[in-house]
Ligand binder design. Sequence first.
Ligand SMILES: Cc1cc2nc3c(=O)[nH]c(=O)nc-3n(C[C@H](O)[C@H](O)[C@H](O)COP(=O)(O)O)c2cc1C
Length: 404
Amino acid sequence: MRVVLGITGGIAAYKAAEVARSLMERGVAVQAVMTAGAQEFVRPLTFAALTGRKVITDMFGSGGADETLASSVEHIRVAQENDLLLVAPATADVLAKFAHGLADDFLSTLYLAFTGPVAIAPAMNTNMWRHPATQANLEILRKRGHVIVDPGDGLLACGTSGPGRLAEPEAIVAVVDQMLHPRRDLEGETILITAGPTQEPLDPVRYVSNRSSGKMGFSLAEAAAARGAQVVLVSGPVHLEDPVGVSVERVRTAREMYDAVMAHLPESTIIVKSAAVADYYRADLPKQKVKKTATLLSLELQPTPDILAEAGRRKGDRLLVGFAAETENLLEEARRKMTTKNCDMVVANLVSQAGIGFETDENEVTLVLRSGEAIPLKRASKRHIADQIFDQIAKLRLAAHASR
Ligand SMILES: Cc1cc2nc3c(=O)[nH]c(=O)nc-3n(C[C@H](O)[C@H](O)[C@H](O)COP(=O)(O)O)c2cc1C
């Protein structure tokens, strides 16, 4: 397998050396391409030594009277010879160039000539990352089918804190590895996934809800579809685009989510319940908006239907995975849920820690199995965590088939 590793001008350029080394160790031939900006941070010699190949550093590089046409259209040759284009780190600048088709250096020209899969690992200052221009460019690239390895949250070299730190080299290489050797270990499975919060109306204009962003469930759906499963995603109200190749059903209330899950349960072989479903709802909904008064307002709320418990009752030989989002006593609560709801695995998620859980791009969870075993997964992007959850689910499926 051959990969072009594009390195652009950010502080994280030095981390691309680790990416190159790790790809080489996996037997992947790496052709490094550095922008002029990248060369301000790291010398091409580093990548030449790691990859054993001359690094491409400019568009009109070698020159010379004896040069053949074939060697002077190197961007076409490199585009044809490689299986995947990875850019790590990707600057805000290169995202903009790729999104809009500019071709003013070797990497951006190669991008236009390249027809294979593209993975992009952005890294930049938090404000640059959050800028609407950058987010709009990312949206274009995602829609084009490119895989964006989302940056992590944390303290950045520029002194600010927030999203923008290059994903760990290990996670970038795992994504590339999967793109080069797509796993189809979930082929034949029909997976029902729930995501996001629910909204329970209090009157025609107000509702109660929670902080779930739906990112974990959407990442799970994306991971399962990439591994060959048929995926139905039932989601509460979230601001996320439908994952490619996934059938998405949008609902609002816990009752609607219950109905959607029960409707899709019969055809499902695996159920993953990552939604943060409201526990209570207002049954006596007023027809008009409740007026503000100076007196205390009491609301009577009824328990919502317990979707996980009902799925547990009806599960048969399906595999049922629940999520426990807790602020304390995480593992006890996960184990309690396992038995009371008849789950095969519970993903325990401490949501009180900054940077992980609700509303973030990263997570750190513990997988609790029926045997009592607890498998901690290190903090990583939700997409990477999703794959690790499915690694475990695939093992449980294999064990279940073997014991039949
Ligand atoms: C010290 C320093 C650090 C920088 N770090 C980043 C960064 O992490 N991400 C980014 O998008 N731009 C960063 N920039 C700005 C880019 O280097 C600049 O936009 C440049 O034009 C990118 O060129 P390229 O995309 O062709 O490599 C940094 C600039 C300097 C001077």
